[in-house]
Design a protein around this ligand. Structure first.
Ligand code: PRP
Length: 203
């Protein structure tokens, strides 16, 4: 079986939970350039990929399980997997922020990595917005007045603070989930349930 883990903060937290389940990669994903990691558990391999790619690997059926943030699941909105467990790791918030404590209004320009979530959030409030998709350092768009606001993740709040931005609205509380391909779950239900129980006890 294969497990895909999102790179970055989620990877660090996920490997700690796995270690508490006595599951270890045979080489460290932090120092190796390998793409597939064998583990001390026979038949369990780990792949480390960009967060937004995890749902695609699960959809392909080449990867059975994934550890991925709710932000990615909300944005990609795919229905090809079961969400088996909230691991309560990599906890953060998805928020709207801006230079000043402005009220949301119609036709705002918003920079984000999450165009679908952003459009839906503004739409549900009765507003249209124009989305500028960026791939990193989202805060910069508001700092440079390229946009009126940003939609981004906040963990400690340090990035907002150091760049003079303020949180305006909470969109979603975020943590990471263990998900599984629907067909894999039907075929390997017992093995996967055992794995979920282990992770549940160790989170
Ligand atoms: C994330 C997020 C914020 C920052 C928030 O960026 O997009 O910029 O972390 O964390 P904080 O509230 O603890 O300061 P990341 O570091 O993943 O890099 P990115 O800007 O390239 O997306």
């Amino acid at each position: 079986m294969r497990l895909a883990i999102s790179k970055g903060r989620i990877l660090e937290d996920a490997l700690k939970v796995l270690e508490r389940c006595d599951v270890k990669c045979n080489e460290s994903p932090f120092s190796s350039r390998k793409l597939i990691f064998s583990t001390n558990i026979k038949h369990l391999e780990i792949i480390v990929v960009r967060a937004s790619d995890v749902p695609l690997y699960i959809e392909s059926g080449k990867v059975d399980m994934g550890i991925v943030g709710k932000d990615t699941l909300l944005e990609t909105n795919k229905n090809n997997h079961f969400r088996l467990l909230d691991l309560n790791i990599a906890e953060c918030k998805l928020i709207v922020a801006a230079k000043n404590k402005v009220k949301l209004k119609n036709n705002m320009k918003v920079a984000t990595k999450y165009p679908n979530i952003t459009r839906k959030f503004f739409h549900n409030k009765g507003f249209q917005c124009s989305v500028m998709k960026l791939y990193g350092s989202i805060e910069l768009a508001a700092v440079l007045n390229m946009t009126d606001a940003i939609v981004d993740l906040v963990e400690t709040g340090q990035t907002l603070k150091e760049n003079g931005l303020k949180e305006i609205e909470l969109i979603h509380k975020i943590s990471s989930m263990l998900i599984v391909n629907k067909s894999s779950y039907k075929i390997n239900r017992k093995k996967i349930d055992n794995f979920v129980n282990l992770m549940n006890a160790a989170r």
